[in-house]
Design a protein around this ligand. Sequence first.
Ligand SMILES: [Zn+2]
Length: 106
Amino acid sequence: MIRWLDLPKEAMEDVFKPPKEPCQVECIHCGNVYSSSEIVWVESGDGGFWRCPIGDCGGAGFGFDIYPIDPAEAAKYGIHSFSFDEDDEDDEEYHEDYDDQEDEAP
Ligand SMILES: [Zn+2]
């Protein structure tokens, strides 16, 4: 649970601050799924940043490297999660199963 009152001003004003109401998020660096309340604030020389809590993962920032896994949740924060707009051929693995049920359409 985030202790908001303990956080420095920089943390509260950071655009990549996790939401007050925790949601399930996935880090695109390490692939772990956890609650956004577990994202940690790390202080550094010129302020600090929100960081993935997993080990020494370099994933940083809610909505930057760490996304809500529920698209509706993401949309609430103006994030279009996992919308890989680039023509990346690696996309294939994301929709390989989608054809299975289309035969039942009239
Ligand atoms: Zn991570």
